[in-house]
Design a protein around this ligand. Structure first.
Ligand code: PFF
Ligand code: NA
Length: 452
């Protein structure tokens, strides 16, 4: 069971964690949720929760992994024993496994759209196409449950194979090249958006903070997104933390992850909204926002087919380095709880998540608005699953914050954090009081809205 081997390179944790953090959450989910929730107000809540709640929890979650040097469930069990606290804290493992399972189910479907667009780009099918043609082609993709299921299946199999065969190591070198390339290509798209779109409108949309404009559910979505984007509250970061070398400063690493992640989201948001406003598209278009606006830019820019093809491959790389971090802790959980072998555990998780993903697939066609699921739950199955993750992730994060803040001793924390007393005091205040209060506040605000 143990995980005493530690990653040899000091930078490996950072790379793996950035690989987990940067993904569809930044490129697809952040812009679409910001667009649906009026831009600036959403971003303000999102940014505040990243810095006041997300970073402290990121430090706490890594700390729990590194202090226990075990996978999440066994790690929590070990820590509850050594600290004489309740085994109820193991629920962090259950909650995390449930969130990971739900997230992977839709993550894989959306990553499937990127597979489709990789093909569309390289075959040049959209070269020179106008906005209407591109929107129609996206609608046609969504209208096909068969095609969506095919791509979803391909993506989830690829992710499962990587985790099952343990080829993380090869991925490490891949990430070192892919992550910077993705950032560069995003900057190219942003440059195109500045030159040909409406950058001014994008800036004022994203950075005009009218907090009153945020709906109650918008608060929950903004906070949920800050956990989602940093991969928090599910054991993913804890599982990686278990392999992290003891010499590295947790504080510095956590800031680095959050800064890189936020930078990618901001550049993606600015690029996408410049194009959206330039072309007169609807900012509140929903989950299709990225998949309509970016292909439009690639359709018109010089060498767009090539740039677009490479872009979508990099998106897939970012998505897969995130999806493997969703599978990893659940697989470890199944191995520990139910004595499965690793391949069985991965197979079980992936198959169940795949089946669950079919609910997302049909949300865009057979069960779209106006059909049975909507009538029963007032939203699509996909929206419902997203809502659950917006609740589960902060809840898991809250438990992690409370445990790290209240159960761990001063010397244990100092050994992990390697910072000054001042930083320690700030951190502990944030995880003990601020993070729990913020999560409770957002929950209490938004719950009446969800019921009603
Ligand atoms: N952080 C990833 C993203 O922004 O795309 C999504 C994610 C990965 C969430 C891993 C949670 C997780 F455990
Ligand atoms: Na992210």
């Amino acid at each position: 069971m143990s995980t005493h081997n530690v990653w040899t390179h000091k930078g490996t944790f950072l790379l793996a964690a950035v690989g987990s953090a940067v993904g569809l959450g930044n490129l697809w989910r952040f812009p679409y949720l910001a667009g649906e929730n009026g831009g600036g107000a959403f971003i303000l809540v999102y940014a505040l929760t990243i810095f006041a709640v997300g970073i402290p929890i990121l430090i706490g979650e890594t700390m729990l992994g590194r202090a226990s040097r075990r996978s999440p469930i066994m790690g929590m069990r070990h820590l509850t024993r050594t600290h004489n606290t309740s085994r109820a804290w193991e629920s962090i493992g259950w909650l995390g496994a449930a969130s990971a399972f739900l997230i992977l189910s839709f993550y894989s479907v959306i990553a499937g759209w990127a597979i489709h667009y990789t093909g569309q780009m390289f075959t040049g099918s959209l070269v020179g196409a106008d906005a209407d043609t591109i929107a129609a082609s996206f609608d046609a993709l969504l209208a096909s449950p068969g095609l969506l299921t095919l791509y979803h299946t391909l993506f989830i199999i690829a992710s499962g194979l990587i985790v099952g065969m343990g080829i993380h190591r090869g991925l490490e070198n891949g990430l070192r090249i892919m992550m910077p390339s993705l950032f560069v290509i995003l900057l190219v798209v942003l440059g195109y958006g500045i030159a040909n779109g409406d950058f001014g409108a994008a800036v004022s949309f994203l950075f005009t903070f009218d907090i009153g404009a945020l709906s109650l559910e918008g608060w929950l979505q903004a906070m949920g997104q800050s956990f989602f984007t940093l991969s928090l509250g599910m054991g993913a970061i804890m599982a990686y933390g278990a392999y992290m070398s003891s010499e590295v400063s947790l504080t510095r690493t956590a800031f680095a992850i959050a800064i890189v992640d936020t930078a990618v989201a901001m550049v993606a948001g600015l690029a996408i909204f410049s194009l959206v406003f330039g072309a007169g598209l609807d900012a509140a278009a929903g989950p299709g926002l990225m998949f309509v606006s970016l292909p439009l830019a690639f359709a018109e820019m010089p060498f767009g087919a090539l740039v677009g093809g490479v872009f979508f491959i990099l998106v897939l790389g970012a998505a897969i380095s995130s999806s493997i971090s969703l599978i990893e802790p659940v697989a470890a959980f199944l191995v520990e709880r139910f004595d499965m072998t690793r391949p069985q555990a991965v197979f079980g998780m992936v198959t169940a998540s795949w089946a669950m993903g079919l609910l997302t697939v049909v949300s865009f066609n057979i069960w779209a608005e106006g059909t049975i699921f909507h009538a029963l739950f007032g939203r699509s199955a996909f929206d419902f699953i997203e809502l659950l993750t917006n609740i589960f992730m902060p809840l898991g994060g809250l438990l992690i914050a409370l445990f790290a803040g209240w159960a761990l001793t001063h010397s244990e924390v100092m050994k992990e954090m390697r910072t000054s007393e001042t930083w320690f005091t700030i951190w502990r205040f944030l995880v003990r009081f601020v993070a729990p209060a913020a999560v409770a506040f957002v929950f209490l605000r938004s719950i009446p809205q969800i019921e009603g």
